[in-house]
Each structure stands twice: as C-alpha cells, then as structure tokens.
Design a protein around this ligand. Sequence first.
Ligand code: SAM
Length: 225
Amino acid sequence: MKDNKSSYDSGIYDANITNVLPYYTEFHSQVIDVAKMISRGREKGIKWLDTGCGTGTLAARALAELPDTEITLCDPSEGMLKIAKEKLKGKNISFNNIASDALAYENEFDIVTAIQSHHYYDIETRSIAVKKCCRALKEEGIFMTFENIRMSTKESDAMALDRWGQFLLDHGWTPEKVKAHQARRGVEMFPITIEQHLEMIKNAGFRSVNILWASYMQAGFWAVK
Ligand SMILES: C[S@@+](CC[C@H](N)C(=O)[O-])C[C@H]1O[C@@H](n2cnc3c(N)ncnc32)[C@H](O)[C@@H]1O
C-alpha cells in the first residue's frame, strides 16, 4: 500500500514526478517568481504555508532564493513529511501532519500554496479546503494553487488526454501503464475545469482570482484575499 495519495511512494516520488507531470519544475518556478515579487521591499521575510507539501521540494527551492522566508509545511502523509524533513534538515521550518480541509490557521500567512494536492477531494471537501487556505492568509495575502484540470468538452478532454499519454510514452511508460494511470481520473482523483477552479476559489472568499499558468492537463491560479 502506498504511503500517500500521489502516484508514487514518498521514497521514489522525487525521482519519478517529472516523468508524470509535464512542466512540474515550472509550477514551482512560477510560484517562487510571485513570492519574490511579494517579498520585494519588505524588511522581514514573508510567512508562507505550503499545504500538501509532499517531499518539500518547493520549500527547498524557495528558501534557496528567499532565505528569510518563514515556512510551514503541511501534508496528511507521514511518509512525505519524513522525506521533507530530511531534505530540509537544519532549516527553520514548522511541520504539520494535516490535510488542507483540517487546517486551523487564521490570518497568519502572506502566501498559501497548494500544489497538485487537492484533486483527491470531492468538490464539496475541496471547496472547504480552499476556504481553509483563505482563512489562513492575512488580508491581501496571496493563494497560489496548481491543479489537474478537465477540458471544457468531452472531445477536447479526450484530445488532451491523448497528448498527455504521448508525454508519458516518451518518458518510458508502457501503453498499459499509461491506460491504468489515466483511468485514475474520476476514480482516485477528480479534475475540474479551469472555470470551476476560478469559481470555487472566488467562492472561498478571495476578491480577485486569476490564471497563473496552463498547459497539458494542469493549470495554476493566483488569488488575492
Ligand atoms: C502530487 S503530490 C504533490 C506534492 C508537492 N506539492 C509537490 O509539488 O511536489 C500530492 C501531495 O498531496 C498530498 N495530499 C493528499 N491529500 C491531501 C489533502 N487532503 N490535503 C493536503 N494534501 C494532500 C499527498 O500526501 C502528497 O504529498
């Protein structure tokens, strides 16, 4: 049995994730770029919560560029957190073994991020999770999330799935493995359209919701509380 809900056990996640998600590294680059913009001109480091942090790769990269940042990492998987703790040994980071819908922070953070961690939820619980992210932010704080998406029609969804399938084949997957992996959609993970994301984030209490990035079957969003 896997130690978390992603495609891979925590111990092999880092070695495999770039062969599953096209532009995975770019998701983190986009987020860090916005964080640098928010940090500019501040005397003190910003406070940043990353929920569904996985193995802590985003935090490690963020700290390399913004060393004064105060980071809190949350994830419901103990296995993922264990790897994150090893990766970030010696850094001043708080860890919390908790899922996003159970977050209890209020008005604490300048940035909250949730990168590829909410698609395991049904739509109602996902909305609660995003509301908890909003509540954790200070006024004018920024929420950034990257997520799997569903295309706007069945036809375009099938085309996008085909394109992603080719990416997986090009990265060493067998056709059988590709089919089994794609069959997780709607069963183990529940992608929604960009429009649904925008509406859900807006309804969570943000006054401005925007697209940060999109390609293949993933999109990034940024929202202001
Ligand atoms: C695909 S990984 C993404 C990890 C990391 N954010 C990254 O950028 O590599 C999905 C992560 O979401 C976590 N996760 C699963 N259910 C979650 C939930 N309800 N709330 C927060 N995180 C969750 C998993 O434990 C896993 O670490």
